[in-house]
Write a protein that binds this ligand. Structure first.
Ligand SMILES: [Zn+2]
Length: 418
């Protein structure tokens, strides 16, 4: 204080209580911004449960299990409420849907084990996040999820270490790819994608780490054979890793099998395979798993025929219940992914702001060049079968189906494949 002139010194003293008071006010805000927010919007969605669904109390409530829906909001709500597959669902905008009262057992974890205890659905609350294991969740989702977890933790006295990702508690029986009981049957909500810290799970307990697995430790299960532990360690604490997300685009390659992509659901009727020649088969129709050709695309959670059509049409279309991610995978936000809206407006992935508002009927072109006027496009390129035309005002055609390109209206735009 010695260097401060006398008149200022007294001023500082006078104001001391004022700025101390201000600091006290600001302190909790800096530490815990969410605590100052109002509770998120909660929608009771239980009336959509079928009458035949039998509500059963859980045996105990020791865990919270977190999932990603691997689909958009509409289809997730439909599937979950039809079967009572979860207690809560957190939409991309942060709205929480109560799909089944927290007291009741939701069938969300399937074949599962934690610390020797099996059937984790009978001992846990299930929370679904709308989204994918390889696509970042929104800040609104994290903030609502954090609130919901805190409430459930208080009600049931659940410590951070017992809030578990689905991939950590699920296990698989031996199959053609993995010969022993194993982790890795499920991938949601994403080893590299889901952030425990952002969900408020910050306990320093070593069992709060995604590297902790009591069943692998005890030799009851082998770890996920495809998880690169070194990488997990690097991104422990949940930093999103773009490179890993890209790797998990749903295309079969020499090294990526049906199992890598669909895991426990590889031979399920809801997993759909589109072979390079365009043939489509559901997982339960495939017999010879050694003969799946490289380049086959795999689509998950396709219950309805419309969901399949949406991603397999010559120019894929976003339908109700499907999302841009369903079609473009992690490339959905790229500047070479083009969206042609039903009225003929064009935007690329970096120009779209509200992903939840993409109207049904929007066409999606992945890895395409910026559109050029048809008369200025190179002839060779235009004749390639996968070139897409936008004929004004809003007709979308693929070159393979256009017998005579020269007869297209003037003003037609051509999108050529990269
Ligand atoms: Zn899950």
């Amino acid at each position: 204080m010695a260097s401060i002139p006398k008149k200022y010194r007294s001023l500082a003293l006078v104001h001391f209580p004022v700025w101390t008071f201000c600091l006290i006010l600001l302190w909790p805000a800096a530490l815990e911004p969410v605590a100052l927010h109002a509770a998120p919007r909660l929608v009771d969605y239980q009336k959509h449960l079928p009458r035949s669904f039998k509500k059963r109390l859980r045996k105990s409530t020791r865990f919270i299990v977190l999932h990603s829906t691997e689909s958009g909001l509409t289809s997730a709500l439909r599937t979950i409420s039809r079967r009572g597959h979860s207690n809560y669902l957190v939409a991309r905008n942060g709205t929480i849907y109560r799909t089944l009262d927290k007291r009741y057992r939701a069938n969300h974890a399937g074949l599962s084990m934690w610390n020797g205890l099996r059937d984790i659905s009978s001992h846990s609350i299930g929370i679904e996040l709308v989204g994918y294991h390889n696509d970042p969740f929104t800040s609104a989702q994290y903030s609502s999820l954090k609130w919901l977890i805190e409430v459930m933790q208080r009600v049931y006295k659940i410590p951070d270490r017992n809030v578990l990702e689905h991939y950590r508690v699920a296990y698989g029986r031996p199959n053609r790819w993995v010969k022993r009981p194993h982790r890795g049957r499920k991938k949601d909500p994403g080893v590299f994608n889901f952030s425990r810290v952002r969900a408020g799970l910050t306990s320093k307990d070593s069992r709060n780490s995604i590297l902790y697995d009591p069943d692998v430790r005890a030799g009851r299960l082998i770890p996920d054979p495809d998880i690169d532990i070194a990488r997990v360690r690097l991104v422990d604490r949940g930093k999103y890793d773009e490179a890993v997300a890209r790797q998990s685009e749903h295309v079969i390659t020499k090294n990526i099998t049906a199992w890598h992509i669909a895991r426990g659901e590889y031979n399920d009727a809801t997993t759909v395979y589109r072979f390079p020649k365009g043939t489509i088969m559901r997982g339960n129709e495939i017999r010879n798993w050694d003969r799946i050709p490289v380049g086959t695309k795999v689509y998950l959670n396709r219950e309805r025929t419309e969901d399949i059509q949406a991603v397999t049409a010559a120019v894929p279309v976003i339908e109700r219940g499907t999302t841009a991610f369903d079609i473009a995978g992690p490339s959905y936000k790229r500047s070479d992914t083009y969206y042609i809206f039903p009225k003929g407006t064009i935007k690329h992935g970096r120009q779209v702001r509200r992903w939840s508002r993409i109207p049904p009927g929007t066409r999606v072109l992945v890895r395409y060049n910026a559109p050029v006027a048809l008369n200025r496009a190179a002839r060779q390129e235009v004749r390639q079968g996968d070139t897409v035309f936008l004929v004004p005002p809003d007709e979308v055609l693929i070159a393979a189906n256009v017998p005579d390109v020269s007869r297209l209206k003037s003003g037609t735009l051509a999108f050529t494949r990269k």
